[in-house]
Design a protein. Structure first.
Length: 460
């Protein structure tokens, strides 16, 4: 019996995802673990693997790249050898998938008749079908696949560029496909970037993913949804972020308290790492995350998470913290698992890699681990204090401000220039009272004001 291929739920609050393209073609054999397609969820673009085996069948009305689909939507099928295709499944209009598949077969026959046997490099039946749907003149597309074979990405790139990009070859005008990697073309579709206007940094001027991401960042990076009634509506990750912010507001009772601390020793410790040639030099958030993990263990109420109507205390064997990352497409919170069990340098390497993956939209499954507490910083933008929004279903979040040189009064009443840092702690008052939150922040300040001793004690 044919097995449905559906849109999976990639996150606890995910209700829809953006389809980013098939990695297999119609008719390809599929084994368990093979990557079938790519899907953008709440935090990242992920490769979706097959959980069954069979022959991939993609219906004629399969979603196009960029389509926003509900979790559970059927986008294809896996069939056994010799199994009739398509399965007859009534649709909402009284018809069946068999009807759309019959129409699809006619399209494939027509497409095959238009391409001569000598055009074998033009692509698979699925590629020819896509070219017909997008009105792309397939023989004029330059293939980037094995042996010059045209891939689906080549067809989509040609469709995006349209007739404007042409070259003159032996008196014949043909479509000029900009040289780019598959990842670059995918990123261009995601951010609405015109490839023909980019200067590639790859071999021979080939456009790479990082070139597209740089262009997206330069343009503000917000992917726009659609224009309706003279207004532009945001979609994708930005819309998901908005929904989650409203959910946090509706489900939590947030209270924010602040505390200023002497950051002289913290600055001195990081300067020591810099002078020692350590790679990478731990960032401020690495030092703060390491010490925060120790403080959460001492105050486990701060790591409580909501599970339905229940507030659940954390498992302190492996403290997982979230790190808010500013990306071109909105705020993303990759997880940093087992913060206490890692050395500071290992934590710095892991956080640096997680930030890079977040900004490229390539978060791994480990990055999506449920965190118990999140750290958010606006210090790099010169902000002293702010009110961070709780990353529901967590119940607390720490905001980190800028470290400033300010006049400070010492115990002997001398006025000296010192380093000052302000922390903002937002907590859910349904779970955490003000006094426990204040004690947590007080202990964290003591650790940050004497970080070397605290880190040595943590490593021991």
């Amino acid at each position: 019996m044919a097995v449905q291929i559906t849109i999976p739920r990639l996150g606890w609050s995910m209700e829809e995802g953006t389809f980013a393209g098939w990695r297999k073609a119609d008719g390809d054999p599929v084994r368990r673990g093979d990557v079938l397609f790519e899907l953008e969820g709440e935090k990242a673009l992920q490769e979706i693997e097959a959980v069954d085996e069979g022959t991939l069948r993609i219906p004629a009305d399969a979603p196009a790249v960029g389509a926003v689909l509900k979790v559970g939507a059927v986008i294809g099928w896996l069939t056994a050898a010799g199994e009739a295709w398509p399965p007859v499944v009534p649709d909402g209009s009284g018809g069946s998938m068999a009807n759309s598949a019959a129409e699809d077969s006619a399209v494939l026959v027509d497409a095959a008749a238009e391409i001569s046997p000598g055009d074998g490099a033009c692509g698979s039946p699925a590629v020819r079908r896509l070219a017909r749907q997008l009105k792309v003149d397939l023989p004029r597309v330059r293939g980037t696949g094995r042996g010059g074979r045209v891939t689906e990405d080549d067809v989509r790139a040609a469709a995006v560029q349209g007739p404007a990009a042409v070259v003159q070859t032996s008196g014949v005008v043909v479509n000029a496909v900009v040289r780019s990697t598959p990842r670059a073309r995918r990123a261009a579709r995601m951010y609405g970037i015109e490839l023909s206007g980019l200067q590639g940094t790859g071999s021979g001027g080939r456009i790479r993913e990082k070139d597209v991401l740089a262009a997206a960042a330069a343009s503000g990076g917000q992917r726009l949804a659609r224009t309706e009634s003279g207004r532009t509506v945001l979609q994708g990750r930005r819309a998901v972020i908005a929904r989650r912010m409203r959910e946090s507001r509706d489900r939590t009772v947030p209270v924010t308290i602040t505390r200023t601390l002497n950051a002289d020793n913290l600055v001195g410790l990081r300067n020591q790492f810099r002078s020692s040639g350590a790679e990478p030099v731990p960032a401020w958030h690495d030092l703060i995350a390491k010490l925060t993990a120790e403080c959460v263990v001492k105050h486990p109420i701060m790591g409580t998470r909501w599970s339905g109507e229940d507030a659940v205390l954390p498992d302190l064997q492996s403290v997982c913290l979230g790190l808010a990352v500013d990306t071109a497409d909105g705020l993303v919170v990759p997880a940093l698992p087992n913060v206490r069990g890692k050395s500071l340098l290992q934590l710095a390497r892991d956080s640096q890699a997680a930030i890079q993956r977040a900004r490229e939209g390539r978060l791994s499954s480990a990055d999506l681990t449920a965190a118990i507490f999140t750290i958010s910083s606006l210090g790099g933008l010169g902000i002293d204090a702010f009110t961070p929004v709780i990353n529901y279903p967590e119940t607390a979040i720490l905001g980190v401000g800028v470290i400033r040189r300010v006049p400070m009064v010492r115990d002997d009443e001398r006025i000296v220039v010192g380093q000052q840092l302000t922390l903002s702690l937002t907590f859910d008052h349904q779970v955490i009272d003000g006094a426990p939150a204040a004690r947590f922040l007080q202990d964290l300040v003591q650790l940050l004001e004497n970080p070397a001793a605290a880190l040595l004690s943590a490593d021991a």
